[in-house]
Design a protein around this ligand. Structure first.
Ligand SMILES: NC(=O)c1ccc[n+]([C@@H]2O[C@H](COP(=O)([O-])OP(=O)(O)OC[C@H]3O[C@@H](n4cnc5c(N)ncnc54)[C@H](OP(=O)(O)O)[C@@H]3O)[C@@H](O)[C@H]2O)c1
Length: 215
C-alpha cells in the first residue's frame, strides 16, 4: 500500500510554517530563511543554496527521507509562487528550469492552467480539486510509489483535516514568528490518530514524526 507523506516541514514554536507578507523577494514573508536554516546547513539541504558540504548528523538523517520512494508531489499555489503568480503566464515556479522534484508535481490552485513539462522529470499539473481528488490523481501518476504533500501550511492543514496523511515529519524551530500562516487551526486532538516520536537535535531543532495508527 502506498503512503501519503510529509517531510522536512518546518514550523515555529508558535505554529507558523511561513511568515506574513509573502512576496517575490520574500518567498516566506517576514520569516525569511529562519525556518529552513537547519535544513540548508545539512548535506541534503546545502545544494538548495548552491552550497557544497553540509552536516551529516541527525538533521541530515531526517532531511534525506524527503526523496526515497516518492512518485509525485502535491503542493499549494502559495508554495508554487508569490501572491499573484497566476497573472504571469510565464511563471514556472521558484526553482528554475530543472526543479528538484523529478516527478509529476500537482499544484492546487483555483486558477488552473495547462501542464508544464520541465527538465529533469518534473511536470507541473494544475488542479482545482478537493484534497481526496487531488490525491487520487497524484497516486495515479506516482507509478506505485508514495505521494508527498509538499506544503505550504494551508494545504498541509487541509490534508490533515481530511485524514489523508499517513506519515508526517515536522521540524520545530525554536523561533517565535508571531504572524504568518498557522498549521494547527481546526485540528484539535490530531495526535490521537498518530504514533508520535520526538528527537532533539544538537542544532536546536526538534524532529517529530507522526505515523498513522492502524484503524
Ligand atoms: N515550513 C515549511 O516547511 C514550508 C514548506 C512548503 C512551503 N512553505 C511556505 O509556505 C508558504 C505557502 O503556504 P500557504 O499556506 O500560504 O499556501 P499553500 O498551502 O502553498 O497554498 C494555498 C493555496 O493553494 C490553493 N488551494 C489550496 N487548496 C486548494 C484546492 N483544494 N483547490 C484549489 N486550490 C487550492 C489556494 O490558492 P488560490 O485560491 O490562489 O488558487 C490556496 O490559497 C510559502 O511561503 C512557502 O514558501 C513552507
Amino acid at each position: 500500500m502506498t503512503r501519503t507523506r510529509i517531510h522536512n516541514f518546518s514550523l515555529s514554536l508558535d505554529g507558523f510554517a511561513t511568515g506574513a507578507d509573502q512576496a517575490p523577494e520574500a518567498p516566506m514573508g517576514h520569516a525569511g530563511q529562519r525556518l529552513h536554516e537547519w535544513l540548508v546547513a545539512t548535506r541534503f539541504g546545502a545544494p538548495i543554496l548552491g552550497r557544497r558540504g553540509g552536516t551529516a548528523g541527525v538533521d541530515d538523517a531526517f532531511a534525506q527521507q524527503h526523496e526515497p520512494d516518492i512518485g509525485a508531489e502535491i503542493m499549494g499555489a502559495g508554495k508554487f509562487g508569490p501572491p499573484g503568480w497566476q497573472d504571469d503566464a510565464d511563471w514556472t515556479g521558484w526553482w528554475g528550469p530543472n526543479p528538484p522534484f523529478h516527478t509529476p508535481a500537482f499544484v492546487l490552485t483555483h486558477r488552473p492552467r495547462p501542464s508544464i513539462e520541465m527538465e529533469g522529470g518534473t511536470t507541473f499539473h494544475f488542479l482545482d480539486a478537493a484534497p481526496a481528488e487531488a490525491l487520487q490523481a497524484a497516486r495515479a501518476a506516482a507509478g506505485g510509489r508514495d505521494v508527498r504533500i509538499g506544503g505550504g501550511p494551508t494545504v498541509v492543514r487541509d490534508f490533515l483535516a481530511a485524514g489523508l496523511v499517513d506519515h508526517m515529519h515536522l521540524v520545530l524551530v525554536p523561533i517565535v514568528l508571531g504572524r504568518g500562516v498557522r498549521v494547527w487551526d481546526g485540528l484539535e486532538a490530531l495526535e490521537e490518530h498518530y504514533r508520535i516520536e520526538v528527537v532533539s537535535a544538537p542544532s536546536g531543532v526538534t524532529h517529530l514524526t507522526f505515523d498513522r495508527k492502524a484503524p
